[in-house]
Design a protein around this ligand. Structure first.
Ligand code: IVH
Length: 707
């Protein structure tokens, strides 16, 4: 019989479940990274998973699985390459994330050695590439192998012959010499490779590490040959005679043999010096021209390294002090102004490319004029008022993995030639005046549809999901058609006249035109035809009127029912006065700013002409109030006033709408019913005066209760 204490405690059960999940996630991430060269989580997320697994395993050692990924390096060598067994295992490094971890690293070493005297280290960049082990026998390169799972790697010897940093022969080398280091791709070569891939419509690489891995792990060595890879030597495996007495001298020896070693390796006499060098390297990171993701500290004395030895997968004598994954320094090369769909001028930072959280970043948002000048939208100082200038060293972060932003500036590094950025007063695309309205942080181009940038962005919005969503006609094709001289698409209506205009089947003949073949042209015509019939609310949304999103488009559609009613009302409306304005504002959810924007769109003759030309091409399905058959309030306009006791106003409104009613904010001749909660005042009187049905909360609930 099981005694109570034999049963696992609930925390043990939870820990076990967590270990299973973490094992699975880490194993999958290892495969994505090492075998498929296609990571799906950032390095920081990966590190966090591993840290958590280590913590749970430390707390519950009995739960640790025999093949725990906390003790593994990389992933098994993939099929396709022959295998190489490493005579000395290729290990990984333990990570340190802050100064405390670095202090702990030193303390552990001292404790292990029982030593309180001076300790020398080396510190050098941690190259973000993939490790390679090169075996020389009698000075001749006989094998090159990837790390694989640390014990067995992939044989990429032929490919290594095409990496010019790797010597094929070494003069006066020891009989056996295994040199280890990192294969990587420079930023310049990475950009050029991706540009070539784009030209060939081939797969793009997410970052230089993936590009390097994808280029080295090629079964066809000619592919490797065409990809410029580089190699830094920083360690060794089997050697028939010791290279030197210290790490530093051993690396110098490798340099003397003809290997490229990293020029930023320094000797450091303690943690303070290590951290100082870390800061220095962190600041140089953006200018190095290749990716690094931290600084590696190693005990300099090789006799001490020998004494310290290894844990399961990592040496005790080294640690990788990682950079915070979401932050990186770069240089501001320029400021471009992009013009959006509604004419907003958005300043964009052009950066020297830098990897932030596993993704190469070369742009960041600069928001608006105030942000660049060092002020928030409310006038408060940001960055202590430091303005952002071209030439500045800027710190980049990725907020929630979306558009990169600038976190900080290094004013000490500001070049003498830099000048304050002058925000343009004119649209860079069409030259129209760019106005900054009172209370608005944004400059807006006043060119409307004559502005090509606005026109293209509006067309992209028009075909986007939620709007017309025309298959085969996305942002890329819109760009092409917009600039096309023979079959241009300048306004939404042009999309629907395209086929008729192409009487001579030009599109079909231009087989090579951006992704258009004979079949896709036929498909495009039917995809366009399919959308000639469109729901009224989708049409309103697709027009891309400023402030009108999907929800407000639906409100407008429900209120006006069909297109002619909307157009008539907007043409008759006067902002801020009269019954049409009041009626528009009576729609709950439609405010004055949005109402003004819709009226302005219809009352501008150019805009109206474009809308009318479009409408002529379409069959617009009227919007019914969401009628529920049998609902006594379907199609009725209901107004709520006073406070309800049984439900919130929002809930009451949602419920009424579900039953097919329109809920308005104020009483008008169109109101069918007023629901008056307690404390109802003037509205109840107004309704009674108009002869409108007034219900109290109980009567209202009774009316809708059995539905
Ligand atoms: S020393 C016993 N030095 O980082 C381990 N590794 O996360 C010897 N790496 O597997 C490795 N730069 O692929 C060392 N300067 C450097 C490095 C470096 C990059 C890689 C290496 C290693 C991994 C550990």
């Amino acid at each position: 019989m099981l005694k109570n204490r034999d049963l696992p405690s609930s925390s043990e059960v939870k820990a076990h479940q967590r270990i299973i999940v973490l094992n699975a996630e880490i194993t999958a991430a290892n495969q994505d990274y090492h075998q498929f060269d296609a990571p799906r989580i950032s390095d920081a997320e990966y590190d966090a998973l591993k840290q958590e697994l280590l913590a749970v395993e430390t707390a519950f050692p009995s739960l640790k699985s025999a093949d725990s990924p906390s003790e593994k390096v990389g992933a098994p060598a993939s099929e396709g390459f022959s295998k190489v067994k490493h005579r000395v295992p290729m290990l990984s490094l333990e990570n340190a994330f802050d100064e405390g971890d670095v202090g702990d690293f030193e303390d552990r070493i001292r404790k292990y050695l029982g030593y309180q005297g001076a300790l020398d280290f080396t510190a050098e960049p941690k190259i973000d590439g993939l490790s390679l082990s090169l075996r020389y026998e009698g000075g001749e390169l006989v094998s090159a192998a990837t790390r694989g799972d640390g014990a067995v790697g992939e044989n990429v010897t032929t490919n290594a012959f095409y990496i010019s940093d790797i010597p094929q022969f070494i003069d006066s080398a020891p009989p056996v010499l295994e040199v280890r280091g990192e294969v990587y791709m420079s930023h310049g070569d990475f950009a050029a490779l991706n540009a070539r891939q784009t030209a060939l419509s081939d797969k793009l690489f997410a970052n230089p590490r993936n590009a390097a891995a994808g280029s080295l792990r090629q079964l066809d060595p000619l592919v490797t040959k065409a990809r410029p890879l580089r190699f830094f030597a920083y360690a060794w495996g089997e050697v028939s005679a010791p290279l030197a007495g210290t790490q530093f001298d051993a690396i110098e020896k490798l340099a003397a043999y003809g290997f490229v070693t990293n020029p930023l390796m320094r000797r450091c006499d303690g943690v303070t010096a290590l951290l100082a060098h870390y800061e220095e390297i962190a600041h140089m990171r953006a200018d190095l021209g290749y990716d690094i993701d931290g600084v590696v500290y190693k005990i300099n004395d090789l006799a001490l390294q020998e004494r310290l030895g290894f844990r399961a997968a990592t040496p005790r004598w080294a640690v990788a002090h990682k950079f915070s994954a979401e932050l990186a320094w770069s240089e501001l090369l320029g400021i471009d102004i992009q013009v959006g769909r509604t004419g907003a001028l958005s300043p964009v930072a052009r950066l020297r490319p830098v990897t932030v959280g596993g993704v190469v970043v070369s742009n960041a948002t600069l928001h608006n004029q105030d942000y660049i000048a060092g002020r928030s939208s409310k006038g408060a100082l940001i960055r202590q008022g430091g303005d952002i200038r071209i030439g500045d060293h800027v710190q980049i972060y990725r907020a929630g993995d979306v558009i990169p932003k600038i976190k900080d500036l290094d004013l000490a590094k500001r070049p003498a030639w830099s000048v304050a950025f002058v925000f343009p007063e004119h649209c860079p695309e069409c030259g129209s005046v760019a106005l900054r309205e009172e209370g608005d942080a944004v400059h807006r181009c006043t060119g409307g549809l004559i502005c090509p940038a606005q026109a293209v962005e509006r067309l992209k919005h028009f075909v986007s999901r939620g709007a017309f969503d025309i298959e085969g006609l996305g942002a890329k094709q819109i760009e092409t058609f917009y600039h096309d001289t023979l079959l241009p698409v300048k306004t939404p209506a042009d999309i629907f006249t395209l086929q008729a205009r192409d009487a001579v089947h030009l599109l079909q003949k231009l087989q090579n035109r951006d992704g258009f073949g004979a079949k896709s042209v036929t498909n495009l015509w039917s995809a366009i035809d399919e959308k000639r019939t469109i729901a009224f609310e989708k049409l309103i949304y697709a027009l891309g009127i400023r402030h009108v999103g999907e929800a407000s488009a639906t409100l407008l559609a429900r209120h006006y029912g069909d297109y002619p009613q909307l157009e008539d009302a907007m043409m008759a409306a006067t902002p801020h006065q009269g019954p049409v304005w009041d009626d528009l504002l009576s729609i709950v959810g439609i405010g004055a700013v949005l109402a003004n924007s819709v009226i302005a769109a219809f009352q501008s003759s150019a805009e109206r002409a474009a809308i009318q030309a479009l409408v002529r091409e379409l069959t617009i399905l009227p919007t019914q109030a969401v009628a529920q058959s049998g609902s006594p309030i379907a199609g009725k306009t209901v107004v709520f006033t006073g406070s309800l006791e049984r439900m919130t106003r929002a809930e009451a409104k949602a419920r009424a709408e579900r039953l097919g009613a329109k809920v308005a904010g104020s009483i008008s001749a169109k109101t069918d019913c007023l629901v008056a909660g307690s404390g109802a005042g003037s509205k109840a009187k107004a309704a009674q005066a108009l002869g409108i049905l007034v219900l109290d909360e109980a009567a209202w609930l009774a009316l809708i209760s059995d539905i």
